[in-house]
Design a protein around this ligand. Structure first.
Ligand code: F6R
Length: 362
């Protein structure tokens, strides 16, 4: 059941600290200095890997974009991220040195399975990141890493997104250590940030009433724009998707720097602009974009660790310190924001019109 919550989505949002602890459990050694992730692919292979091609849809694709940021920076490996329905295998010089990483909560998404089959036929190795034991994807890859988020009933993916990113971070440290691309200091920083994440998420959940008030204040807006850089970008587009799905409002995420190349024309006093300004998002540059939209009269909300960061912000949602996981923590605040906008409009949050939890047709 919904354990007293009005919707499964809200219950699942609140389950995130626990889901994250499960994702991490037993996968970091007692000293907190090493990852113990059971990846069946031989170390030699992971060492000589040339490229990772991530294939995924929807929210899982956004987790893939986040994973790319982490893997390219810390595991010294080229990563391309593909919307599964657009994927064509291209690593044909030495397909064996290409690892295809299928990210899929359900393990049953037809577009993702079809892309995976193409890569398998071409001779690539494959790995699944999924939430679902015994799912189709697990039978068609060389190995699987489970995100252990527990069942997700709400159509909108919430806890599975944060668990995908946390698990991808562990994979990044695992690969980085095998490939010799990580210093002890960076390993510490990454592992500390993952271990700090469940507590940080709890602190965000404790601010729900503030976020709810903001959602009620802006629920009648013409559209919602989300901007971010680096790891803030996948969070921006993921947060926009959440709002579209459950509130049926127009919402878009943009790389903050792209605003001035077109979308700025859409900005009015009736389009709130929500900016990712945490660690790992090149926040200083994004502040210029806030100034630009504020001068056009747009309401502005910033997700930041330092509430006084920008005088142009109308509102801030405070994000507790957790290093490179801060954008993920910010995502939780924006799940709550989307939820409360949708709830204010009395939408059927757990079963949005036209959508299914698992999309098994191409
Ligand atoms: C969004 C959402 C969808 C799924 C997408 C992929 O809230 O739930 O965008 O993320 O259909 O599903 P999986 O991860 O099961 O492959």
């Amino acid at each position: 059941g919904k354990s007293g919550y009005d919707h499964y989505m809200l219950k699942e949002i609140h389950e995130q600290p626990r889901a994250l602890r499960q994702a991490i459990s037993g996968r970091i050694d007692d000293l907190g200095t090493e990852v113990e992730l059971d990846v069946g692919l031989p170390e030699e292979y992971l060492h000589s890997l040339e490229e990772i091609q991530i294939i995924a849809c929807g929210t899982s694709y956004h987790a893939g974009l986040y994973a790319k940021e982490l893997l390219e920076t810390h595991a010294d490996i080229r990563v391309t991220v593909h919307i599964a329905s657009e994927y064509e295998f291209t690593g044909d010089r030495d397909p064996w040195r290409t690892l295809v990483l299928a990210i899929t909560q359900s393990g049953e998404t037809a577009d993702t399975l079809s892309a995976l089959r193409e890569a398998n036929r071409a001779g690539a190795r494959s790995l699944a990141l999924t939430n679902t034991l015994g799912s189709t994807v697990t039978r068609e890859v060389d190995d699987t890493i489970f995100i252990r988020a527990g069942p997700e009933i709400g159509v909108a993916a919430t806890k599975t997104f944060v668990s995908q990113v946390a698990t991808a971070t562990l994979l990044t440290v695992h690969l980085g250590m095998i490939r010799g691309s990580l210093t002890g200091q960076t390993v510490d920083a990454l592992l500390n940030s993952i271990q700090d994440l469940p507590g940080a998420v709890q602190q965000i959940l404790d601010q729900e009433s503030t976020i709810k008030r903001a959602a009620q204040q802006y629920a009648d807006s013409d559209a919602f724009f989300y901007i971010g850089r680096q790891a803030g970008y996948p969070v921006a587009i993921e947060s926009a998707l959440k709002l579209k799905e459950i509130a049926y409002d127009h919402a878009e995420g943009f790389p903050a720097g792209e605003l001035k190349h077109g979308p700025l024309a859409l900005v009015t006093p009736d389009t709130p602009v929500i900016a990712l300004l945490t660690a790992g998002t090149n926040a200083e540059k994004t502040q210029h974009n806030i100034t630009e939209v504020a001068s056009r009269g747009a309401p502005t909300i910033g997700l930041t660790g330092s509430p006084d960061v920008d005088p142009d912000l109308d509102l801030t949602f405070e994000i507790p310190e957790c290093g490179l996981m801060e954008p993920v923590a910010a995502n939780v605040a924006l799940q709550l924001f989307a939820y409360h906008v949708a709830n204010e409009k009395e939408r059927p949050i757990d079963k949005p019109r036209n959508l299914a939890k698992s999309v098994t047709v191409e």
